[in-house]
Design a protein around this ligand. Structure first.
Ligand code: ATP
Length: 297
């Protein structure tokens, strides 16, 4: 059983005030792009996880790993023993603002549901997944979708199919998502807080026009000032993307990955080449969106 799962970017990330439960109220537009992790599940008589690729040697493969946690949560829900041999091929950078951990949890839910013959619906799996990470329900569904609550309540955006072309600038090292939220709270408590984005209506209207220039003007991320405050070099990445001719660029989620919108596949190649030449990131790769969520290949 092999499951492929995409990374996510946020075309719009509006962050509301901190709630009493410790989460921020979000309104976001999720978009799944063609940067994939792959999870293979085989029968076993215990639960084991091995990996290759991004983050190997750095990412713990023990009970703290979201793949193991997802498998255990699903086994408990389905009342079956959590037995599987899991192997992860990781391309989504760790702590990159691309929701790699949530993507892997989504892949584990799909793979183990099949392996154990549970036959749960995507909505049931999303319920199990929401307890593991805010982005898991979206990564089960994929496409482009509105996220509310703390991101876990997902409704698909029904737009005419349009492919958008992106360049993903992968940074050296990650940024801790909680640290970025804390920095945003700190900036907001200080005298001149960054203006909050508001709702996603403008972004959704822009998508319907299917014009990259219109979409580019509507992209926005409330976490960007906080990510830039913690990692000032990201300003150089954003500038380099602009100089390389990107239509627009922004920090992906909590960063430090930056994403750039291009007009078409050739343009994306040129922007990626410009970013590579500028030497401001570890790698610049092209990607397309939207992509389906976690699914068996
Ligand atoms: P998000 O955008 O959802 O905040 P991110 O892309 O910034 O996430 P992730 O790579 O999803 O960051 O993971 C952040 C942390 O989660 C990692 O540093 C790691 O400690 C933990 N983690 C647990 N399991 C996984 C996994 N399978 N893949 C990645 N990270 C994992």
């Amino acid at each position: 059983m092999k499951v492929r799962v995409p990374a996510k970017i946020n075309l719009h990330l509006g962050v509301g005030p901190l709630r009493p439960d410790g989460y921020h109220e979000l309104n976001t537009v999720y978009h799944a792009i063609s940067l994939f992790d792959e999870l293979t599940a085989r029968r076993g008589d215990t639960l084991t996880l091995t990996m290759e690729g991004e983050g190997t040697g750095e990412l713990e493969l023990d009970e703290s790993n979201l793949i193991i946690r997802a498998a255990r949560a699903l086994a408990a829900r389905g009342r079956v023993p959590a037995y599987a041999r899991l192997h992860l091929r990781k391309s989504i950078p760790l702590a990159g603002g691309l929701a790699g951990g949530s993507a892997d949890a989504a892949a584990a839910l799909i793979a183990c549901d099949m392996l154990w013959g549970l036959g749960m619906s995507r909505d049931e799996l999303a319920e199990v997944g929401a307890e593991l990470g805010s982005d898991v329900p979206f990564l089960l569904h994929g496409g482009t979708a509105l996220g509310t609550g703390h991101g876990e309540a997902v409704s698909p955006i029904l737009a005419r199919p349009t492919t958008w072309h992106w360049v993903v600038a992968i940074a050296d090292g990650g940024l801790s998502t909680p640290a970025v939220y804390r920095e945003l709270d700190r900036l907001r408590a200080a005298s001149s807080p960054p203006e909050p984005l508001g709702g996603p209506d403008e972004l959704m209207a822009a998508m319907r026009q299917r014009d990259p220039k219109v979409l580019g003007a509507a992209l926005g991320n409330d976490l960007q000032p906080a990510a830039l405050a913690l990692r000032p070099q990201l300003a150089d990445v954003l500038n380099a993307g602009q100089e390389a001719g990107a239509i627009a660029g922004l920090v992906s989620g909590s960063g430090p990955t930056c994403v750039f919108l291009a007009a078409d596949a050739n343009h994306a190649q040129r922007v990626a080449a410009g970013l590579t030449e500028a030497g401001v990131c570890r790698a610049a790769v092209t990607a397309r969106g939207p992509q389906p969520g976690a699914r068996v290949i």
